[in-house]
Design a protein around this ligand. Sequence first.
Ligand code: ATP
Ligand code: MG
Length: 379
Amino acid sequence: MRIGGDWLTRPETQAVCAMLTGAGHRALFVGGCVRNAIFGVAVADVDIATDARPETVTVLAEKAGLRPVPTGIAHGTVTVVSGGIPHEVTTFRRDVETFGRHATVAFADDVEQDAARRDFTMNALYATPDGEVLDPLGGLPDALARRVRFAGDAEARIAEDYLRILRFFRFHAWYGDPQGGLDPDGLAACAALSAGIETLSRERIGQEMRKLLSAPDPAPSVAAMAQAGVLARVLPGADARALPVLVHLEGTLHPRWLRRLAVVGGEAGGLRLSRAEMAAIETIRRGIDSMQGPAELGYRHGADLAADIVLARAALTGAPPPGGWQADTARGAAAVFPLRGGDLAARGFSGPDLGAALRAAEARWLQSGFTLSREDLLP
Ligand code: ATP
Ligand code: MG
């Protein structure tokens, strides 16, 4: 099988391959870029595997007039910037020792060893600089059938690195067969070893959940996580049942992972979200419980958060969103309350009275569908 793509044939990327092959080393595309090219979806990052050691990669890059950046020398990665485009060049590795969190790796000389330490068979595909696919583990049929399968024994691979549990669900959501279920062996292993999630940092859990929930349809994966007892470890108290309804209601709208998280619920504190993300989750959750309609939500929170609230509320209550809600949230988001505190101060209001009068005027204005003018609202 041969893959192609602008990312593969562009001179900047071919120059990185040539600097390695010209010195007698191997240059093999690997991981996401190969997998995505096979699936015909966009390739974001280019990873290249090589038998050259990082010091050699650095020297060869400098000789070729490219810029090597030591982004991960300890685990064998040199980022080679070519024509402004970063390429992660990583020396072949093999797993030697594991603590159940990070696999400790040693450099290896051949691609078979490098393939064996990768997580899923669809992530252990390689391609030569001219696009010929190499398949050391026999994972190509899995990829073509969109089966996310652990490379080797699922339980053993999870025990080496429990993050692989979350990656299993994430990769299924993005690249698995939407009609088919998750791989039964992998799922059983994730269920059996779900307690290992506790060894992961909140950052890593949060990053994985963000990527999982950003998939076009994460609902089947999240339902499987719930069944396997993994969801409760990640988000205690979560309930995945409304998620498929939300995804359906979203239709062609841009998926927003925080909206999905708000619907799944549970203790989001285990994800180490940013302050802004926590605030958004809070706003969505409070908005769901409020009596506010789409227009007022748009006015108070802006169009995006208002859409999150309208859709999440509909998913959780089972009542469809009100007709024309998108036009209403947009109208609300654009509306500007015409009265200022100063207007009331000029009329003798002050302190708590002023605040109360301003809120009362705002309520009348909202009630009017944003139509009352400043003059109408002045007492
Ligand atoms: P994405 O498009 O999400 O970046 P990706 O396949 O590039 O997908 P990365 O997390 O960037 O995923 O990892 C790059 C490659 O490194 C993977 O394809 C896989 O081969 C390997 N890999 C990454 N993390 C692990 C892990 N925890 N265990 C084993 N192999 C891993
Ligand atoms: Mg990647």
